[in-house]
Design a protein around this ligand. Structure first.
Ligand SMILES: Cc1ncc(COP(=O)(O)O)c(C=O)c1O
Length: 244
């Protein structure tokens, strides 16, 4: 075994999350590392049993009573759990919603609608393609302008880059926490504070950081306005205007 492989094995052994690996299907072969997930993670082993229980009992037996017996609340209760465990967001701010793209569309539209006097959206050319397409579609639909950022492709968007394009017309700044190509980690609190100083809202795509990097939305938004954060393919943390 090489020194690097020994180091990696030692890190795995001391990893407090290592025991969770066995809960997923397909992890028996330590030689297979699933890095190219494309939004499709491994299923958990007890998924068939959980789905069967849901279909046969919750849906099959309880029928529409299921809505009052938990389904209605689940986007909120699961959202609160995600807020606590991976987002650093206090209860009452996170919901489980649509796909990231659909959520981004709704949130950017909401950011424009909330600031009728402002018509410019800031986004970077290195952002995830669907994020850019959504911004372009909304700009065309609403007659808004786009202020494009051209960050260094080897890194990502900095506070100074954002400050350089902010104006009194900026409604929303749409960025990703982790640049999907370079792995660059954006300064969320710094960029958010700069945008807020200019009176703009920020929509952060957290797809590549939730569960992988420490995230403290409440702490980072302490200077904050009601920003929005979308993450993974189903969870949509939305900060309410409690801190305005
Ligand atoms: C950074 C980023 N944003 C947005 C998306 C789009 O996600 P969805 O398929 O949930 O709309 C992805 C999907 O891989 C992504 O990686």
């Amino acid at each position: 075994m090489s020194a690097a492989a020994r180091d990696a094995a030692a890190l795995d052994e001391s990893d407090p999350l290592a025991a969770y690996r066995a809960r997923f299907v397909g992890t028996e072969d330590p030689g297979i590392l699933y890095l190219d997930g494309n939004s499709l993670g491994r299923p958990v082993r007890d998924l068939p049993e959980r789905l069967t229980r849901f279909v046969e009992h919750e849906w099959g037996e309880r029928l529409i009573r299921g809505w009052d017996e938990g389904w209605f609340d689940q986007p909120l209760t699961l959202g609160d759990r995600l807020g606590r465990v991976v987002l650093g967001a206090a209860p009452g701010q996170t919901i489980v919603g649509d796909s990231t793209t659909v959520s981004l569309y709704k949130l950017i539209r909401a950011a424009l609608a909330a600031q009728p006097g402002r018509r410019t959206i800031v986004v970077d050319r290195g952002n995830f393609p669907t994020d850019r397409y959504v911004v372009q579609g909304i700009a065309a639909e609403c007659g808004a302008s786009i202020a494009w950022l051209d960050p260094d492709p080897a890194s990502g968007v900095t506070v100074d880059d954002v400050r350089g394009v902010l104006t009194g017309d900026t409604a929303a700044v749409v960025l990703s926490h982790v640049a999907y190509r370079s792995g660059y980690v954006a300064d969320v609190p710094g960029i958010s504070a700069a945008a807020h100083e200019a009176g703009a809202l920020v929509v952060w795509d957290l797809c590549h950081s939730v569960g992988a990097l420490p995230i403290r939305l409440d702490e980072w938004g302490s200077t904050s306005r009601p920003d929005a954060h979308t993450s993974t393919s189903t969870a949509v943390p939305v900060r309410r205007p409690s801190s305005t």
